[in-house]
Design a protein around this ligand. Sequence first.
Ligand code: SF4
Ligand code: SF4
Length: 280
Amino acid sequence: MSPRYPLEGVVSWNMNTTCNYRCNYCTQRFVDDRKTWARDLPRFVEAFTALPGDWEVKLSGGEPFRHPGFLDAVRGLVEGGVRVSVVTNLSSSNEVLDEYVAIVNARPGVFSASLHLEYAAPDEFFARLRRVESAFAGSVNATLVATRENMDRVDELRAIWPQLKVQPEKQDRDVVAYSAQDRARLQAWGGHNGTGWIDPDFSGRDCWAGARYFIVDHRGDAYRCYPARRRKSESVGMHALGNVLDGSFRLGMKAAPCAYSYCNCTVPQARGMVDTSRRV
Ligand code: SF4
Ligand code: SF4
């Protein structure tokens, strides 16, 4: 049986590759050009606000606050009735964060802050996150990439922020080879972003990604989900959904079988878009 129709759809918009950090585990560190961002924001906003039904747009990058038109895009989406979430490294000034919160409080989603220990001191990071939390009408989230070095600090960090979520480290977009002991620790911390899984395989199961979830890059190219983007050379309609700016975008109408052996997409798992209750 297919999972129930998700009342709210979700777009993950990777709006820029630009970032002020260079984390050694960043999955984008081999991207040729880390200075690109979505141009023509009004057309992106128009495309997202025209989607059928209720939608949330999750803004990420790179570091989305580094996009020169970031706050304008947020304002346009909120005014268009879209709920807005963000994934950020929390390095922006308090003034900019305050402005973001003031705009987005009309349609608040999730404010997700990723702690990068090469660049941010935990005490200061969590103090800034508490400051955001005190004014923000949506929910606040903190994440950490669980490199082998970082794993030894999770307990110390959770003493400051008990709900800290971990994300398995990836190399070439696959989860690195953790020892059985480290996998058990990751599992005990809730798996990837609290989904309960580290590198699950849902292939063959019906999933709403492609119909009620999709991802868009800074060029406007849209894909069913992150594993679909990895196979972007394959035919439009199977993995790629076209481009949201040039009229070729086509959204699926129903749940369809997953074609990938590793799902690293938190949203479809966390929103019940695919049945994650069974082990494979
Ligand atoms: S903050 Fe995020 S996008 Fe920027 S380098 Fe680190 S992992 Fe990559
Ligand atoms: S990889 Fe995940 S999000 Fe993509 S179709 Fe499969 S279950 Fe859905």
